[in-house]
Ligand binder design. Sequence first.
Ligand SMILES: [Zn+2]
Ligand SMILES: [Zn+2]
Length: 359
Amino acid sequence: MLVLNERGLYCPRGDFHIDPRGAVEHAVITHAHSDHARRGSKNYYTAASGADLLRARLGRDLPMRAFAYGERFRINGVDVSLHPAGHILGSAQVRVHAGAEVWVASGDYKREPDPTCEPFEVVACDVFVTEATFGTPAFAWSAGADQGRDIFDWWDGNARKGVNSVLFAYSLGKAQRVLGVLAPWAKKPVRCHEAVTAINDCYRAQGVKLAPTRCLSEVGPRERLRGELILVPPSFLQTERAKLAGSSFETAFASGWTARGPRPGARWSRGYDRGFVMSDHADFEALVRTARETGAKRVYVQHRGNGALVRRLNALGIRAYPESALAPQAPGRGSRPPGPGSGPPDPGSGPPGQLALFS
Ligand SMILES: [Zn+2]
Ligand SMILES: [Zn+2]
């Protein structure tokens, strides 16, 4: 039902792409991050709660239809519906149904609680196409940590010393999650970069509760910030605006990539004083658990680092393949698809090339 072509994940029966890498006729968009939502397509389909974000990113008059989660719609006769992915506001898994099989493409997702977006929904399917951004067992997020309190304590400690706290986070999604977990703690406004402020508005318009904020553009030329939390995109320190932080500040980064922590005695990666582990992707065990919970008989794994997940799922008796197995190959080339009872393929033996042709 889904294959991989030069534009990405494609449904030949419905002639639509999921998160296409270029301009296409029909583009189903899982969420507004720039590596998933690109300009130039003729028709866009997305989840209603993320529609404002997509317009903010791709333009006010985007040719778009927005759907509630779970609402069925058709593209060229193929049934499609969108389901919460728990990644950022409005993020969606794509359920595709035609003939006897149900396929689900996860898009980016996480299973951890996040006060700023709809929680992930397990969608039963025959075939699951999963992301695997953090697809090795080295990545494991600690459950139950109060990230809002951790960030607030860091801010508060710095403020007592008269030092500003500069927290780097991607302006769409991560920054709002920081503001969401800080909402019960923050006593005064978080100073936000303009790029963050614009996205905050989209979240608040959907009823998401964020900590109070003030835009950095409201800071006067003579005003000196002291003891403030300044929430900015990673590029901030390379800009003139960095002067706003004054001469004394501490830095931190909120990301899943900080999960491994610094080497003993070293600073956090990229020279930050602190790292807050906050991933918007599932960690390895959550990827495994989710694939099992869908009940899928076959799983295709997207992204680099898919080997460990493919191996683990195969060991659990689920037929799993790297995404490249979805790329159609010329007849007569490639290995034969596994027949009934042939068991999981050896992941080291290469993709079962023709499988997609039978899907
Ligand atoms: Zn994303
Ligand atoms: Zn992504």
